[in-house]
Design a protein around this ligand. Structure first.
Ligand code: SAM
Length: 221
């Protein structure tokens, strides 16, 4: 099948995928790179857009998901997504990317690594969406409190994205969607190479330290 209509509908019920869809649904001749396929929910969403807008989708997964769809607009690559030499070559064949979706290995070091490679292939004005940046669903008393969770990983990915923004503030715009497990949206503003991230710290002045102590002392919640 070209894509799975049921999976496409299911994808749209997830607010975080709906958030992505609303940004990309009208891009003509769209070129998408997707890292992480699993059962193909996001893949169905992207293929629907490619079908409608004459686009191309490259999807990567370490598991073989290549039998999910038969679609000339889809190139599935069965590989780890940090196999850069081989994957970069495939991207060059379709040209500059409009959209990159990072939803594979949810570790901050991995997300950083793949972002820094594939960002070089993104158009000016193009989007990078990064999945799993919120830990709210897994917090104490939250809906998924008892689920083996990505609490720590999502916190680390969120922090890493801020560290990347800190040294690249003029190079891309950044927004967050906090629905479900969260999605970060990057919009590329220029062709500058991404600078290395930097920890976000602050040395407080004596006045600020006193102000904080007083505020903490008198705060009720
Ligand atoms: C959360 S699932 C993807 C879900 C999919 N994007 C969706 O919304 O329907 C993560 C997928 O990433 C794959 N994966 C994990 N590490 C990977 C890596 N280093 N390279 C490529 N794929 C990887 C897993 O096999 C899994 O299928």
């Amino acid at each position: 099948m070209l894509y799975d209509k049921e999976k496409f509908k299911k994808a749209l019920t997830k607010q975080k995928l709906n958030f992505i869809y609303n940004h990309i649904k009208d891009i003509s001749n769209i070129k998408i790179l997707e890292l992480g396929v699993r059962e193909g929910l996001s893949t169905s969403l992207f293929l629907e857009v490619c079908e409608k807008n004459n686009g191309n989708l490259i999807s990567i997964d370490i598991n073989d998901c290549g039998k999910l769809f038969e679609n000339a607009k889809w190139n599935f690559i069965h590989s780890s997504d940090d196999n850069f030499e081989m994957i970069n070559e495939q991207i060059l064949k379709i040209g500059e990317l409009d959209v990159i979706y990072i939803d594979s290995l949810h570790k901050d070091f991995h997300v950083k690594k793949v972002l820094y490679n594939y960002y070089n292939f993104l158009k000016k004005g193009g989007y990078v969406f990064l999945d799993d940046v919120s830990w709210l669903p897994y917090a104490k008393s939250a809906e998924l409190e008892n689920k083996i969770s990505n609490f720590n990983d999502n916190q680390k990915i969120f922090k890493k994205i801020l560290e990347i923004k800190f040294t690249n503030s003029d190079n891309f715009d950044l927004e967050f969607c906090f629905e479900n497990s969260g999605t970060a949206k990057i919009v590329k503003k220029n062709f500058e190479k991404l600078k290395e991230p930097k920890k976000v710290t602050k040395i407080l002045s004596i006045t600020e330290i006193f102000k904080n102590i007083l505020e903490n002392f008198f705060s009720k919640s």
